[in-house]
Design a binder for this molecule. Structure first.
Ligand code: UGA
Length: 442
């Protein structure tokens, strides 16, 4: 019955926290979401999700109606409410360093700890360098009035933007890093409805739980850079990385997911996580074990410059003064997130080289405009392609895949297209007289 459910708080209502709070409330828990950003809290209170995520606004409306979900800026209120407190604040890359910035995690733990006057569990979900939880445990014990009664656990989160609701409600697995049976039991209570689906669960210690997250993201990044490294070899040999990837994927030990060649990975997670992991490993004297992550990063960065090389080649060696239509700004489709977005990196570099760049994206235009007012933006693919010398597809939104080569041909000055994501049917475009180019394909 509901009486047996632990009461939850979620500290940090960004991408991860807002999704977690809303999903847990939808499962029947009483949830308080906290953020120090009063603006974010005001928006959530009025039923508005402050970022683009399919399905989340509808779920927020439903859970607000149920009365099980509240938002606050008060640590005192959050501490009084929660039996289990989830820490969901961001851990961005430090400016000028590869290390992870733990300012927000420390501030959240400090802010909460001051008001913890009874037995409760604090659960870290943020992505952190291994060893962080040991330090936070000490901090909690020292700062919380309830002292040893407050325990720390780690529960890494694997949700993908664009699939956040589904990934949260039906995760591939749950990982519980705990220091006691008591903590494990509290986590079981806090995830009961998800465990009841038969979700595989790994119960382990805290450092392992911290590591699982960065190990998973590093593997995914490595897989993407692996196929992009093969694309480089293909370019030098006249082979076709598209067929190569397809053939590899039929081996289900390899699998086709995260084996899409192209412009490479971006976003707020993969790039900064591999750098922070390499950095942390160096700090603790095992840098050699993951030095390959430096190479993974380098391969990924080269994708961006190679894409620009391809545009330049198509234009006969010159970007200066050329009209370039950029399709996509978000770091991936179904997202408005432009953090470390390969698309905008390419657009900005070409702009810096003197090209007349116009950008369109179905969801990320507002964010792009705010971050890079120097670029020009348009209202649709056809709009930015008007009189273009070349069209460059940078984010593989479904609406770009559906563009008819004949329709785009009507508006451009020259039928040239660079497919930065291997998203288009090369034959269909060539049949309409387009010069079609993609990295790693002849
Ligand atoms: C990633 C992980 O996939 C999640 O499991 C994890 O929870 C999350 O980071 C996180 O740490 O919070 P996300 O950043 O939302 O999720 O995006 P992904 O779907 O992983 O895509 C990352 C980047 O890789 C995108 O730029 C995408 O375009 C690129 N990508 C992906 C490729 O270039 N090729 C592929 O085959 C797949």
């Amino acid at each position: 019955s509901d009486a047996a459910l632990p009461r939850l708080t979620v500290i940090g209502t960004g991408y991860l926290g807002a999704t977690h709070a809303i999903c847990m409330a939808s499962l029947g828990y009483e949830v308080v979401g906290l953020d120090v950003d009063a603006n974010k809290i005001k928006k959530l209170q009025s039923g508005e999700v402050p970022f683009f995520e399919p399905g989340l606004p509808e779920l927020l409306a439903k859970t607000m109606e149920s009365g099980r979900l509240r938002f606050t800026t008060s640590y005192e209120e959050a501490a009084a409410h929660g039996d289990v407190h989830f820490i969901c604040v961001g851990t961005p890359q430090q400016p000028g360093s590869d290390a992870c910035d733990l300012t927000y995690v420390d501030a959240a733990v400090r802010g909460l700890a001051a008001h913890l006057t009874r037995r409760c569990l604090v659960v870290g979900k943020s992505t952190v360098p291994v060893g962080t939880s040991a330090r936070l445990s000490d901090m909690l014990r020292e700062l919380a009035p309830a002292g040893d009664e407050v325990e720390l656990a780690w529960n890494p989160e694997f949700l993908r933007e664009g699939f956040a609701v589904d990934d949260t409600l039906r995760p591939d697995r749950l990982v519980f890093g705990v220091a006691s049976d008591w903590a494990r039991d509290r986590l079981h209570e806090a995830f009961r409805p998800i465990l009841d689906l038969g979700t595989p669960t790994v119960v382990t210690d805290l450092p392992t739980a911290e590591l699982v997250k960065v190990a998973a993201n590093s593997f995914l990044a490595t897989k993407i850079s692996y196929i992009n490294a093969m694309a480089e070899i293909c370019e030098a040999t006249g082979a076709d990385v598209r067929d190569l990837a397809k053939a590899l994927a039929y081996d289900d030990r390899i699998g086709g997911r995260f084996l899409q060649p192209g412009l490479g990975f971006g976003g707020g997670c993969l790039p900064k996580d591999i750098r922070a992991f390499a950095h942390r490993a160096e700090e603790i004297g095992v840098g050699q074990a993951v030095s390959f992550l430096r190479e993974v990063d380098a391969i990924n960065r080269r994708r961006r410059s190679r894409t620009i090389d391809l545009v330049r080649e198509l234009l006969g060696g010159q970007l200066d003064g050329k009209r370039i239509a950029c399709l996509g700004a978000a770091f991936k489709p179904n997202s408005d997130d432009i953090r470390d977005a390969p698309a905008l990196d390419v657009a900005r570099t070409m702009h810096g080289l003197g090209a007349n760049v116009r950008v369109y994206d179905p969801a990320a235009l507002d964010n792009a405009r705010r971050a890079y007012p120097e670029l020009r933006y348009g209202t649709s693919a056809l709009d930015v392609a008007q009189d273009a010398d070349v069209v460059v597809l940078l984010t593989e939104w479904a609406e770009f895949r559906e563009i008819q080569p004949s329709a785009l041909a009507q508006v451009v000055r020259n039928r040239r297209i660079v497919d930065g994501r291997h998203a288009l049917d090369a034959e269909a475009w060539r049949a309409e007289g387009w010069e079609y180019r993609a990295l790693g394909s002849p």
